[in-house]
Design a protein around this ligand. Structure first.
Ligand SMILES: *[C@@H]1O[C@H](CO)[C@@H](O)[C@H](O)[C@H]1NC(C)=O
Ligand SMILES: *[C@@H]1O[C@H](CO)[C@@H](O)[C@H](O)[C@H]1NC(C)=O
Ligand SMILES: *[C@@H]1O[C@H](CO)[C@@H](O)[C@H](O)[C@H]1NC(C)=O
Ligand SMILES: *[C@@H]1O[C@H](CO)[C@@H](O)[C@H](O)[C@H]1NC(C)=O
Ligand SMILES: *[C@@H]1O[C@H](CO)[C@@H](O)[C@H](O)[C@H]1NC(C)=O
Ligand SMILES: *[C@@H]1O[C@H](CO)[C@@H](O)[C@H](O)[C@H]1NC(C)=O
Length: 553
């Protein structure tokens, strides 16, 4: 596996539920200045992307239903966009920040994002979707707290920390881009960083976090669930906690049908007061890359032991781990209910889309593809082309087939990859990975049930092995080497939604697509009109915005 680019997978699960909407949801304004700066993530000074002078960027701390307003000033020398990984943007792909939904913020200009995280309590992260910017930073944590204090069957954590784990290259994003544009791979990362730093591990590191002894601490956005990195802390157990009692949901005022558990990783600071190492290491790489971060006890004495806890070996471990992620059905009678699918295992599948990842050469240059199509971004964002009624001038729908032949998979074509998905259909997506590296797939706008990951190739008979009862719902799924993964979801959130490899190299070289879900009645009930403030570019640069194409109640 090379060039794994996963920043963080969120352990906290998104809720998509009907809530009592308050008339005045509070507004929180942020002004962000995006600039270049210098930092030494792997010990050597290099150019990074800063937000308000920080790398990683500021954590956004929000509460469900808040209006989050972020005025982003692009002071880089290249167009820039940020996406909010895991935020569902119900009816509102206009703020999703992918090049298929928005025009980029040009250098020297600004754009104001405005979104409302709904009942997606949890910890997410944002990152740049333009060029190879993500490899240079520009990312940070995004937390959505619940509106009311939640009584939980465990003591409430007294401190919350966001842990962002990502791999890192010492080359600048422009150098990396030049490699890729020239048809070459950027190879394996030079290291791993935890919150933008890589510990020397010789006792000289400053602590990343200082814990108060005898306290419960919640860790957000830790990646070990991602299976791309493994994360552990010396002498400390991390406990995966599921909050799902009835009072919790009553307090949240979620509708009766929509009860969502929240997952949280809890660490208790109950060890001898001194320093401890947090360790992150790669999985599935022949040569394991490891990094450390220091955890200090307030008032503690003594350095961390140089003995680092070992990580798990082999992908069988990961498969078992995947299978162990389940809801505890006895803890509560209710089932999670994303988008109306109460018993997701009982809904008839209306469409099966098999997506096979490959790599190959086109005109002598390295490309990555799904079902033989390597996505390219047209100058006019796909969503704008659709909205202004000129999609036929910009892209074709469904250029890949749902069940591709080996021939189709092998002959890589470069073109926009857009699926036409019928609103409210219940779809099975099978990711089939014939490659030797692990894949990580993210879907914007939704959370889905991840019902199986197994070795080999998928056939319809494999459905009998699906977990149709207590699968967890998530927005990212890992597909281990030579394995397949199946997810189930109802496409009920209208918009143009990106399905992407979380590996920056693969995504940059075309391993992504868009799912277009249109409102059949063009109803405002299903999707918002394009905001007045949205930027326009490409073929629609100077075109007046359509007057309320989405109408009705
Ligand atoms: C952003 O940062 C740049 C470089 O430090 C500075 O010149 C500029 O004034 C800042 N802009 C804002 C809006 O703070
Ligand atoms: C920010 O986080 C703290 C707890 O960490 C919480 O008490 C506070 O209400 C949060 N602010 C918002 C706007 O959610
Ligand atoms: C740019 O920032 C100014 C405030 O400095 C704001 O008034 C304006 O609305 C912003 N423009 C966009 C497109 O967000
Ligand atoms: C599931 O929840 C029940 C009730 O809260 C508890 O007794 C049981 O130990 C839990 N099972 C697991 C596997 O955590
Ligand atoms: C699902 O499919 C089965 C078998 O084809 C059929 O009997 C059943 O009525 C369908 N259920 C729904 C809700 O459409
Ligand atoms: C998308 O699919 C729907 C329903 O299957 C169909 O009616 C529509 O014509 C398709 N749109 C395009 C552009 O292919």
């Amino acid at each position: 596996m090379r060039g794994v680019k996963l920043l963080a997978a969120c352990l906290y699960l998104a809720a998509a539920a009907t809530v009592v909407v308050h008339a005045e949801d509070p507004y929180f304004h942020h002004v962000w200045n995006v600039t270049y700066g210098t930092a030494s993530p792997l010990g050597v000074p290099q150019q990074v992307i800063l937000i308000n002078g920080q790398f990683p960027g500021p954590n956004i701390n929000s509460t469900s239903n808040n209006n989050v307003i972020i005025n982003v000033f692009n002071n880089l020398d290249e167009p820039f966009l940020l996406t909010w990984n895991g935020i569902q943007h119900r009816k509102n792909c206009w703020q999703d920040g992918t090049p298929g939904t928005m025009c980029p913020i040009m250098p020297g200009t600004n754009y104001t994002y405005h979104f409302q995280p709904k009942d997606q309590i949890g910890s997410y992260f944002y990152y740049p979707t333009t060029g190879m910017h993500r490899a240079a930073g520009g990312y940070g944590g995004l937390r959505v707290n619940s509106r009311l204090l939640i009584p939980v069957p465990y003591a409430d954590p007294e401190d919350d920390y966001t842990v962002l784990i990502g791999d890192w290259y010492t080359k600048s994003h422009t150098q990396l881009k030049k490699f890729l544009d020239g048809g070459r791979t950027i190879g394996r990362p030079d290291g791993i960083v935890i919150n933008g730093k890589s510990g020397k591990g010789d006792g000289s590191d400053a602590p990343l976090f200082t814990l108060k002894p005898e306290r419960l601490t919640g860790l957000g956005s830790v990646t070990w669930v991602s299976d791309i990195y493994h994360f552990r802390i010396q002498n400390h157990k991390m406990k995966l906690v599921e909050w799902k009692d009835r009072t919790f949901f009553k307090r949240l005022r979620l509708s009766r049908r929509s009860r969502w558990p929240v997952l949280w990783h809890i660490v208790t600071a109950n060890q001898e007061p001194k320093d401890y190492y947090m360790v992150a290491s790669s999985r599935f790489l022949k040569t394991v890359i490891t990094t450390t971060g220091l955890l200090r006890y307030e008032g503690g004495k003594g350095p961390a032991s140089s003995q680092l806890p070992a990580g798990p070996v082999g992908w069988a471990w990961s498969l078992n781990q995947f299978r162990s992620f389940r809801w505890n059905l006895t803890a509560s009678a209710a089932r999670p209910n994303p988008q109306g699918s109460y018993h997701y295992g009982k809904i008839n599948i209306t469409r099966t889309i098999k997506l096979v990842n490959t790599q190959g050469k086109v005109d002598g240059k390295l490309r990555f593809a799904l079902n033989g199509v390597s996505h390219t971004e047209p100058e006019t964002p796909l969503k704008l082309a659709e909205y202004f009624g000129i999609s036929d001038k910009v892209f074709k729908y469904d250029t890949i087939t749902d069940d591709p032949t080996p021939e189709q998979i092998k002959n890589i074509k470069i073109e926009p990859n857009v699926l036409n998905i019928t609103h409210r259909t219940f779809v099975e997506v099978v990711f089939e990975n014939h490659e030797k590296s692990v894949q990580s797939w993210h879907l914007d706008g939704y959370s889905f049930f991840s019902v199986a990951v197994e070795p080999g190739t998928w056939t319809p008979e494999k459905r009998k092995n699906y977990n149709l009862l207590d699968a967890v719902s998530r927005h990212t799924v890992q597909v281990y080497p030579k394995c397949w993964a199946a997810i189930l979801l109802t496409f009920d959130n209208c918009g143009m939604w990106n399905v992407r490899s979380e590996n920056t190299e693969r995504r940059y070289l075309g391993q992504q697509l868009y799912a277009s879900v249109l409102s059949p009645e063009k109803s405002l009930r299903d999707e918002y009109n394009m905001p007045e403030t949205s930027l326009q570019c490409g073929l629609v640069k100077n075109t007046p915005k359509p007057v309320n194409p989405y109408a009705g109640a």
